[in-house]
Design a protein around this ligand. Structure first.
Ligand code: ADP
Ligand code: ZN
Ligand code: MG
Length: 492
């Protein structure tokens, strides 16, 4: 087997990849989709089961109302149209982790369709990725192939996951690069987390992604045969699997072969995909309407009730926060990483004199210290209220940044919040102009070269003098007054 990386950039550039993603997301309901069993990860094997999710004869499904509400909410968050009347369908296949012999899913009448996600691209523009559909279905159990003394000859099965409510979100084949796929998944996860419909925990399998990829000659609009890559359990690996698969397909085509429509498995330790089976077709599943469930009706009134619970979504929230608090896009991105973090920041920002300064302090000064101490915000000695006081003192020039750093040192040493430390230490400030002027004169006399630069028009050199005097004053100079006096001396 030749290695895919042997391809020259010229050859790679001849082809355009086409990518579509299918994402399965477990919904955060208390119970399963069609029975009252707990929907919980990590229980002892085969303890959250009952006749319905075990598929015992005669047991009937009853649809979980909350699962429907979450599916609708997710659909709305993804700008989908919600179908008032959707149909559950049986998808028939045999697999040991699915004792019923079929999966309850939706087929031609899914609950949500025709949505999109806006994804930022490398050139800073926004690309809209279509969402074909988001349909409801149930999860299967888990086959356990290792970890038992007799694993070499037996496979065990844990049916706790059987019947867990899922939505499958299918994208249009609009994605063109592995980076775009990564970005799409990141945004999708963020939206679902904001909507609160799933914990999207990939390690626990509550978000899983299959990637479909084909190549076509650049400039063509006729898609090639697609390969579906399964078994990829992180967004980074999705990107790697797509990169690998694109190069593999180019190589096959370049050497005169044809791409077979198939399902391939990603092997993370080898960094490559392996052929698993030829791709099954829809008709292989003998889909038919689920006879044990009536059509699902979600009235427009219920849709409106659910829509009212939809929180502000990450991207619009970022745009609003950038405008409201004068934030950089980068800071807005970090502050909205989770809804909880954004909420906490905004509560604090409302009481701060300068939200932008508060954001700076939070992300750089406090964030850096928390990271170094390996603490999260909840464990921070400096509370957000404490941080507001610190930001206000800086804003009003009642504290220099050097003094602030010294006070933060004490907070972190003693595990005390900022207001208490500030009250006790009450750092001295030099607000006496003549004392400061004396210091400024000394620094000016000692640095004639910089004075020359300043007077030749390089006004930023003022910062150098402010820094020098601040240092000479042991951080005690009133920053506002100091700035003013330095400028006056240099100009005069
Ligand atoms: P299937 O019938 O095999 O499930 P679908 O048409 O339902 O195929 O598409 C499944 C996923 O594959 C979707 O995300 C879709 O965007 C993507 N897809 C469809 N055709 C292609 C293609 N030629 N190349 C890459 N992805 C594709
Ligand atoms: Zn059950
Ligand atoms: Mg399909």
């Amino acid at each position: 087997m030749t290695t895919a990386s042997a391809l020259s950039p010229e050859i790679v550039a001849k082809y355009e990849p086409v990518i579509g993603l299918e994402v399965h997301v477990q919904l955060l309901t208390a119970t399963k989709a069609f029975c009252g069993c707990a929907n919980r990860y990590g229980s002892a094997p085969n303890t959250n089961v009952c006749p319905t999710c075990l598929g015992l004869p005669g047991a009937l499904p009853v649809l979980n109302r909350q699962a429907v509400a979450f599916a609708v909410l997710a659909g709305q968050a993804l700008h989908c149209q919600i179908r008032e009347r959707s149909i559950f369908a049986r998808k028939n296949y045999f697999y040991p982790d699915s004792p019923k012999g079929y999966q309850i899913s939706q087929f031609d009448k899914p609950i949500a369709e025709h949505g999109f996600i806006d994804v930022p691209t490398v050139d800073g523009s926004i690309k809209r990725i279509g969402i074909t559909r988001a349909h409801m279905e149930e999860d299967a159990g888990k086959s356990i192939h290792d970890g038992f003394p007799d694993s070499a000859i037996r496979t065990y099965v844990d049916l706790n996951r059987c019947g867990t409510p899922l939505i499958e979100i299918v994208s249009e084949p609009d994605i063109r690069t592995p980076d775009e796929a990564f970005e799409y998944l990141t945004r999708l996860r963020e939206i679902l987390l904001y909507a609160g419909v799933s914990d999207c925990n990939m390690e626990e399998g509550s978000l899983r992604c299959d990637a479909n990829v084909s190549i076509m000659p650049r400039g063509s609009s006729t898609f090639g045969k697609k390969v579906e890559v399964k078994n990829v359990n992180s967004f980074r690996f999705i990107r790697a699997a797509l990169e690998y698969e694109i190069e593999r397909q180019i190589e096959v085509v370049e050497s005169g072969g044809v791409i077979a429509q198939e399902t391939r498995l990603w092997n993370a330790s080898e960094g490559r995909t392996y052929s698993m089976r030829s791709k099954e077709q829809a008709h292989d599943y003998r889909y038919f309407p689920e006879p044990d469930l009536p059509p699902l009706v979600v009235s427009t009134a219920w849709q409106a009730e659910i829509a009212a619970k939809l929180p502000e979504l990450p991207e619009p929230r970022r745009q609003r926060m950038i405008a409201a608090y004068d934030l950089t896009p980068q800071d807005a991105q970090t502050l909205t990483a989770t809804r909880e973090f954004a909420d906490r920041f905004e509560v604090a920002a409302h009481s701060a004199k300068s939200p932008r300064r508060l954001a700076n302090l939070l992300l750089s000064e406090l964030g850096g210290r928390l990271k170094a101490a390996n603490l999260d915000l909840a464990e921070s000695p400096v509370s957000l209220d404490g941080l507001v006081l610190a930001a206000d003192l800086l804003e009003e020039n009642k504290l220099s940044s050097k003094q602030l750093k010294q006070l933060f040192d004490l907070c972190f040493q003693h595990g005390e919040d900022f207001p208490a430390v500030y009250e006790r230490e009450k750092p001295q400030q030099i607000t006496d102009s003549s004392a400061l002027e004396a210091l400024i004169d000394e620094v000016i006399a000692a640095n004639p070269k910089q004075v020359e630069q300043y007077r030749a028009g390089k006004k930023t050199v003022a910062g150098f003098f402010v820094g020098q005097v601040m240092r000479a004053s042991k951080g005690q100079a009133n920053p506002g007054l100091l700035n003013e006096l330095v400028a006056r001396k240099l100009d005069g």
